[in-house]
Ligand binder design. Structure first.
Ligand code: RNT
Ligand code: ZN
Length: 423
């Protein structure tokens, strides 16, 4: 039997198994095809960017590993990104950081960036039919070297970073307008103290004021949406982060901004899957940075964990896919970087597919009747239904490699033909 025929046969059987539970598998696949994942450019070059104004990444960000073949130029990064996207079913987005500007060899200060410095990215995204999202870069810069940016005590430094935020929103709007889909521009700053602060209030008051200044200019939400991202702690800011969860939750609710929930930015026993239903009662839209925390690190490659599945279930069960922007955020330099993108994105899509295949009516019925025995039994039995056959068929239909290692063979070929030539 040919591989395709085997995939189709397994799919037909899976379809029957799900139909028994009242689940329409074709409908689940059609729905999955409408969900874009925003893939972060920074997995491709270890959050390097092309500006090279600082020796260190800073901001408490750490990328470990030195796997060969990292992208050194915008063209290389674009080529690698395209390769990854060609192995992921569906239509997706590219999430760019301001430090990936193309300034034609000129040094352009971050507070003087314009849409023109991103025109090549925009043209490329249009050609590739990718949406785009954007981020001001508040790290890897001499004016961020002491660990403070928007909440800095020095008004001059603060002003520089406010201006960076202002120009980045305009760039986001230009991107959104050019591509005909809103660009989510996400503010994350590293500001914080290694050790116990005396004054916890003042930096937060300065941050609030700085954000107000950045967001003062009205921008059409059809082109740009503002998001703010909290973090519990970073390397070097273990005792206090200015932009904490409470700070940004309050800010987002008060000012109607998107809250960005990064899965790796909370206490290890806290999960964002349990936060989504709460924050969406008070906010129109949110952004997710889907990541995987491991001990001190918040940025491992996303895999199909229980928490990833729980996140996807929240989006699907409450019909929140339109209100939640899904972005990936991790950086691993110890494995093939193209593969890291593919693994992370495919895992996210698998989690969504699994959630779309849940027999929601039945599960809800068990819960509604108070039959928690049946609820638990069903939840457990669902785990071994033939979702893999549905996934394979979905990949086949989407024209991407099917099966456990098919896509990896492609990445390996790319590695030997292209990545290994970069020295
Ligand atoms: C850092 C935040 C932030 C960054 C990117 C590079 O802890 O998660 O989102 O990962 O801006
Ligand atoms: Zn993040």
């Amino acid at each position: 039997m040919s591989n395709d025929a085997r995939v189709e046969r397994a799919y037909a059987l899976a379809k029957d198994a799900y139909a028994e539970l009242g689940v329409d598998v074709d409908r689940a696949c059609a729905q999955l095809a409408t969900v874009p994942i925003s893939l972060h450019c920074w997995q491709g070059d270890d959050v390097g960017g092309f500006e090279r104004v600082a020796d260190e990444l800073g901001g408490g960000l750490a990328v470990t590993g030195n796997y060969p073949g990292k992208a050194r130029t915008p063209d290389e990064l674009r080529a690698d990104f395209c390769r990854a996207v060609s192995l992921i079913p569906g239509r997706h987005r590219m999430n760019l950081h301001a430090c990936y500007a193309e300034t034609g060899g000129q040094r352009v200060a971050r507070n003087e960036l314009t849409p023109a410095h991103f025109q090549t990215w925009i043209d490329w995204a249009r050609e590739q039919q990718l949406g785009m999202d954007f981020n001001p870069t508040y790290f890897a810069h001499p004016l961020a070297a002491d660990g403070f940016t928007l909440s800095h005590q020095d008004p001059g430094i603060r002003q520089f970073w406010i201006e960076h935020g202002i120009v980045c929103r305009r760039i986001g709007a230009a991107i959104g307008q050019a591509l005909g889909s809103p660009c989510v521009t996400n503010v994350w700053i590293p500001d914080g103290f290694k050790d116990t602060p005396v004054d916890r209030r003042a930096p937060r008051a300065r941050l609030r004021e700085a954000l107000d200044a950045i967001f003062a200019e009205p921008i059409d939400p059809r082109w740009n949406l503002d998001a703010v991202e909290a973090k519990l702690f970073g390397i070097g800011s273990e005792s206090y982060t200015v932009g904490s969860h409470e700070f940004y939750l309050g800010y987002a609710v008060a000012k109607g901004k998107l809250l960005c929930l990064d899965a790796g930015h909370f206490h290890p026993t806290e999960v964002i899957s349990d936060k989504i239903s709460s924050v969406l009662l008070f906010l129109e839209e949110i952004l997710l940075h889907v990541s995987r925390g491991v001990r001190w690190d918040s940025d491992h490659v996303v895999t199909l964990t229980d928490e990833l599945r729980a996140i996807a279930q929240e989006l699907v069960r409450d019909d929140h896919l339109r209100r939640v922007h899904i972005g990936l955020d991790f950086f691993d330099a110890s494995i093939n970087r193209v593969a890291a993108w593919v693994i992370g994105a495919r895992s996210m899509l698998k989690a969504l597919l699994l959630a779309l295949l849940d027999p929601l009516d039945r599960l809800r019925d068990c819960e509604g009747r108070g039959d928690f025995t049946a609820r638990l039994a069903l939840q457990e039995d669902l785990k071994t239904l033939p979702a893999g056959a549905v996934w394979d068929y979905y990949c086949l239909q989407a024209g991407v490699p099917v099966g456990p290692t098919a896509w990896l063979n492609d990445v390996k070929r790319y590695e030997s033909e292209v990545l290994s030539q970069r020295r």
